[in-house]
Design a protein around this ligand. Sequence first.
Ligand code: 6R9
Length: 655
Amino acid sequence: MSDSREQAGNSTAVDGRKVNKRLDAAAYQKLYKASVSDNEGFWGEQADRIDWIKPFTTVKDVSFARKDLHIRWYEDGELNVCVNCVDRHLKTRSGQAAIIWEGDNPDQQRTISYSELYEEVCRLANAMEARGITKGDRVILYMPMVPQAAFAMLACARIGAVHSVVFGGFSANALADRIVDCQARMVITADGSHRGGKTIPLKPNVDEALKIAEQQPEGHQVRTVLVSKVSGDSVDWLDHDLWYDEFVPTHEAVHEAVPVNAEDPLFILYTSGSTGKPKGLQHSSGGYLVYTATTFSYTFNYQPGEVFWCAADVGWVTGHSYIVYGPLANGATTLMYEGVPTYPNLGRCGEVIDKHKVNIFYIAPTAIRTLMTDQKRAIGSSQRDSLRILGSVGEPINPGVWQWFHDEFGKGQCQVVDTWWQTETGGIMMTPLPYVVEPKPGAAMTPFFGIQPQLVDKRSDILEGKADGHLVILDSWPGQARTIWNNHERFIDTYFSTHDGMYFTGDGAKRDEDGHFWITGRVDDVLNVSGHRLGTAEVESAVVSHPKVAEAAVVGFPHELKGEAIYVYVIPNDGVVPDEQLTKELRDWVRKGLGPVASPDMIQWTHGLPKTRSGKIMRRILRKIAANEHETLGDTSTLADPQVVDELIDNRLNR
Ligand code: 6R9
């Protein structure tokens, strides 16, 4: 199969500059078709992007059948992910910037070359081994957006330990759940983090999380907490605590990387589902790295020497795949930003782009919408002429927002890629490739090589042509999550039981007359608040755990900036008279339980909830009321007590 990877490609003039397109539309079509018809051939060839210690002999061994579900890629190959992201670049680009770090405070920055990255990671790997961490052990990272977060991910990969990054905005409770679920042996954290000019405590949350974990039946296995000095706040000190900045530098700056099998887990990342507690999606070493390296290279048309900025947090999958692994596997320069896009003012993104000559900028629609609240300030005095490609991820991008991003922020000089994918997919699954596929504002457009998306109806029948249905993927790809940590049954139930023999994404999508895909959003009970995934069930459990609450139902409603916001309907316990004070208390309770991202936007107290006679809450009705669309409620005849609906409408909060 002719892979365009090695083809020099002629440079052509697009967007007012000379670019190396690498592919044209016809070549894309041809390569896409070949990547599906000879899937193993395609992925076998892409695997050459990385160095293998022991070459694999089989590319793919997959079954999506419920009874025999397994996903294996390159299964007898051995590699080391860290060596691929760091060591192998030392020959050609040891002095090149691997990571450019930009502080929350605009006066702070640090550039880390590939050779410095090597030394930092080796010291930490040695330090972790000195504390007894070995291959297969789980390590929780609860970190600010500082270089040490990337060092820690890579050091885990170097010794074959499995990292699980927990977003710094999550609460002690959420952290405790994850520490217990994956039975972590070490936590790497910081005293606190800087975001938007404020300091946010992290170490105190770790202390509290470990206390909570101790009280659970399974207990916890954490023997070391490694604390990086970031905020300078004073913290309590316990026997298992060690300062990163004192302990790590005492170790050698060379380390012999541990070979791992392609299917050995690289990381576990927790994400919300429609029911129960967050699931720990387990990702592989070999397949994941091949997939992120390939998608990074094609989707962003990355050219050697360019600066790539993904403005996500490393606590999300986007940060894993496109701040750390995808860029570094390609020997790229990746920019890591500590703060929020709006601090100290709305012009910060443009300033950072000018300061570091960013060529490719990848961000979530929710952040773009915030910039659009004051377009003049967002543009500020920045020039942004270094920009060549703009990317969007995390939720559907409204066509008007796309247009502004392209016309104003990108000055009409950039290709915009709207990339659809999920924690479960490991990397980008659909996107218009730059210079190749003419984008339509708001559409994820076309599948990546080897990906076979399809639309099905509720009976799992495949829909042809122009259609609207559940989005499924028919066959595996190397970056696919392999299982849910410690719960393979749940993995099968969640993703492979709704539509037999297919991976169900949980999203709905449309295909237009040209065959292009438009993602319409979740079809399950998962909310997408500012690009963060939250299960309605998770928020409901947090609400009902309050001693004055009897029952609750949570739905999302459209929100101009956040995309989706949280609306909570609550029934108080008998004898409790809800007032403003209690509403505030409940909001704080949920924030404390799940973290600030889950803070309810609206809390409506009620005497009842619309239930069917079998006791199921009819969320469809609650969604309509929350969206102030009660005129179009639809059929309510199956409700046990239709009067409840009138009360809910009379007292609705979103008018
Ligand atoms: C990478 C990431 C996944 C869910 C996904 C979908 C939504 C992500 C999107 C998009 C429309 C896009 N989503 N990208 N919807 N267009 N370009 O976001 O992972 O946090 O697991 O969320 O986000 O609903 O199912 P994750």
